[in-house]
Ligand binder design. Structure first.
Ligand SMILES: [Zn+2]
Length: 146
């Protein structure tokens, strides 16, 4: 099972945008920690099982193996470090910080899941190059220079 936090495990087109976002945040005095990049299908299935079928704790994802952009190396998750600690809060000052990070990510060509109407996910950024999960499942791929 593979569950990576390494930017090198992302698709080159996504890694390039992630690096641009990290340095733009850095220039604004915001430090980001990468918490997830690539996950293989087995890892995704394990995550999907969390909170389901009698398991303890909350449901953390609605995606099974192959249904998450992380499985296709096109998504990564971050959290800002505030006063030396990951900041998971999303209201008040923290909410404003997340919005700023979201805007920076979007200015680097990424899609921010904090904007999603259903299941907004503040830590999640992705670049799909216009491809759908169905495209990927049918064998289409994103070009390296996309
Ligand atoms: Zn994610």
């Amino acid at each position: 099972m593979i569950s990576s936090r390494d930017l090198n495990d992302l698709h080159p087109a996504v890694k390039r945008r992630a690096l641009a976002m990290i340095s733009a945040c850095d220039a604004d005095g915001i430090t980001l920690l990468i918490t997830s990049t690539y996950r293989d299908n087995a890892s995704q299935d394990k995550l999907y099982a969390q909170g389901r079928a009698g398991a303890v704790g909350p449901v953390v994802t609605n995606a099974k193996g192959g249904q998450s952009w992380h499985n296709w190396r096109l998504a990564f998750d971050i959290v800002p470090i505030v006063h030396g600690k990951p900041c998971w809060a999303t209201t008040g000052d923290a909410g404003r910080l997340w919005r700023k990070i979201g805007d920076i990510g979007k200015s680097c060509g990424l899609e921010w899941a904090g904007d999603w109407k259903r299941f907004p996910e503040f830590p999640h950024f992705q670049y799909t190059g216009g491809l759908t999960l169905a495209d990927l499942q049918s064998g289409k791929t994103l070009r390296g220079d996309a």
